[in-house]
Every structure is written in structure tokens, then in C-alpha cells.
Design a protein around this ligand. Sequence first.
Ligand SMILES: C[S@@+](CC[C@H](N)C(=O)[O-])C[C@H]1O[C@@H](n2cnc3c(N)ncnc32)[C@H](O)[C@@H]1O
Length: 399
Amino acid sequence: MTDPTLDAARPYMIALADELKTSGALRSPRWARAFTDVPRHLFVPEWYEQETDQRGFAVWRHRRIDNATDDLAAAYRDITLVTALDPATAKQVDDHAWTGVATSSSTLPRLMAGMLETLAPDDEHLVLEIGTGTGYNAALLSARLGDSRVYSVDVDPGLVETARTRLAAAGYTPHLAVGDGREGYPGSATSFDRIIATCSVTHLPAAWIERTRPGGAILTDLALGIEGGLVHVTVDNGRRATGGFTATAGRFMAARADARAYSTPDRSPRAPEADTRPTVVTAADIRANYPFRLVLSFFLPDARLVYNTDDTGTALQLQCPDGSWARVPLSGDHTDHVTHGGSPDLWHQVEGAWHWWDRHDRPAQEQFGYVRDPDGRAAAWYRPDGHRWELTAGGRPQA
Ligand SMILES: C[S@@+](CC[C@H](N)C(=O)[O-])C[C@H]1O[C@@H](n2cnc3c(N)ncnc32)[C@H](O)[C@@H]1O
């Protein structure tokens, strides 16, 4: 590598690796070496940082490394760097600022390090990454395992081409392909020892199970409607994937079906408003307690949680496919009241979930197991007593 910025970046590479070791995210010398060896700034020479403009709107401010020392240092902060905006929604608001939906990023290094440590591939393992993005993680994997053992796929052809160029410039040539990674690595019958996804999926795709060697493992962000989290499972000889949520918590952008844009979810019908009543579960409780939101996803696997703003203010709103809904205000005089329409049972289930979680001493996410059966049905369970929640409505298998 002859890039002139490399020497200047070296102290920042070492400092980032040290920071990740101190935080406990990096636990092994091998991954520490990969973080010390791979120059993040070659993969993220420009990015977008979120800020609030004079009108109070959130915008993406474009930043580029101009070989200035502070720019180089900026690329080695332990933060997520957004690198692509969806062209269908991106609008330029001034010379260097945009609005729009982020479609790719270089993941928070602390999260990436924690995931790679959890993935724990052996020297001989073949690894498939879903979500090439900038190529930085593919470079870390290549530094650790060697190029020929690393496969990475992204749905966006432009991102893959840029990543290929930057990987080569940094001295890495892993296998790269364009496609919907939920279908595996396109055009290949290769089986993998490890699959790591850096975009979220709503369920473990059948193709990943088929392409994981018995005894191999999958690590992915599982989006369960209300909440989600990192799930680490081992695939057995019978194609059952068993494991659970990891102590490393993190969420990723959702897998999309094509490179252009995210599809807009269908608007579900909405039942007429029925009642307002006092509740013990407030919006603040739901917002402050990540593991509770995960438990709520187990109790209500078909529900979605959204922010809803109307002339009464902003509220957290649960929505179900049958049109039932319930909302609790974020502020004002009635934060201890719930307003609902459709089934009155919906908020009773929220209160039931809250009592369950509280009664069990508010367990963290790693106390919950996850299984995907060979027929596609999935369930979560509470590790200490085996209490189980079916996550596939009506036993519906998932593709
Ligand atoms: C958080 S970024 C990945 C970060 C990347 N690992 C890195 O080190 O820069 C998520 C990536 O997932 C990709 N993605 C979204 N849907 C996908 C799909 N169905 N298949 C493959 N990649 C997908 C996005 O294009 C985006 O680049």
C-alpha cells in the first residue's frame, strides 16, 4: 500500500483499536490486529453527518477527507458514518447538506468489533457477509482470514463497485457480488461456516440456513416489528437454527429488495377511536427499556411501533394488521393514559408484557433464546424457565 495518508492515519488506527479494547468490544489479539491494520479512512473518504439546520430540520452534512489531520481523525471516531442516501428521497438543501433516507453506512466500530468477536470464525472458515456497504468490514474479515475465505454481497451495484476498488487499493480482494443477500451469495453453491449480516432481516432466510454448514453459525439483526436485536444461532444437521439474542446490542438498516429505494409499507386500516383510560405503562417506559420492547415484540409479533403526531401532540402508537391501535402520549398532562381503537385487548397485552418483564427482574436481551425450525417457524424463549413465545403468526412458515 502506497497511499500517502497511511502514515498519517496510523496513530488513529492504533487509537481506535485501543479504544475498542478498553470498551471491551475487542477481546482477542487477532481482531485487535485487524482493526490496527485496516485503514477505515480508505473505505470512508466521505460521509454524511446528521445535524439540525437553522430551521430546526434534520439534515445530512457532507464531509470529505481533504488530507487534513482533523478529517483523518474524524474517520476514526467510534461512530457510524452514513455513506449513501436513497436517491429517491435525497434532496439537496444547500451546497453541502441533504435530506433523505440513509441507505448505507460504515457501522459503529464498537458494534462491528463486538459482532466479529461473537462470530469468532476459525482460521479455516469461509465467511459470508450480507451488506458489503463501504467494504470496511469485508477488509477486516479479509485481514483476519485471508481474501479467499471472505464472500460479501450487497444489493446496490454502485456500492459493490466502489467497495471493490477501495478494497483493492487497501490490498484486499475478497469475493464480492451484487444481489439480494437474503437469497445467499448469488450464483454459488458454496456453503459457509459463518454468515454475518450488517442489514436487518425480519426472519432468518431459508437460503442462509441451507448455505450454512452443519455446526456453522449465523449472526444477524432480526427486526421483529416492534423491536429487534442481534441474534446468534448455530445450525444443526437437521437444519434447525438455535441460539439467542447477544449481549452486544445493535440495530441495522433494513434489507431492501432492490438498490433504488425502500418500499413504503402498506397503510393498515385504522379502527375508530374507542376509549381513553389510565395505564401503568407509559411512553417513557417503552422508550427507556430496550429489553422490554424486545419482550413486547414476543408478546405481539404482528404489531408495529411508530411515532404518531396529530393536533394533540406526539405519541407512541402500536398498530396491528386488524386495524387495532393504542397510543400513549410522549408529553403533556396525560402521559399516564392510553387511547385506543379496535380490540381493547391490545393494551392489556402491553400491560401483561410489562408485568411479566418486571416480575422476572427486568431481564436483558441475552436472557432470551431464539429458534428457527426447519419448516420456517420461529420462537423465542426465556432461558431461565423455558417460557416460549411463537413468533410466526398461526404457525405460518417463513421463506
Ligand atoms: C450498515 S450498511 C453495511 C456496512 C458494511 N458492512 C461496511 O462495513 O461498510 C448496510 C448495507 O446493507 C445493504 N443491503 C440492504 N439490503 C440488502 C440486501 N437485501 N442484500 C444485501 N445487502 C443489502 C445496503 O445497501 C448497505 O450497504
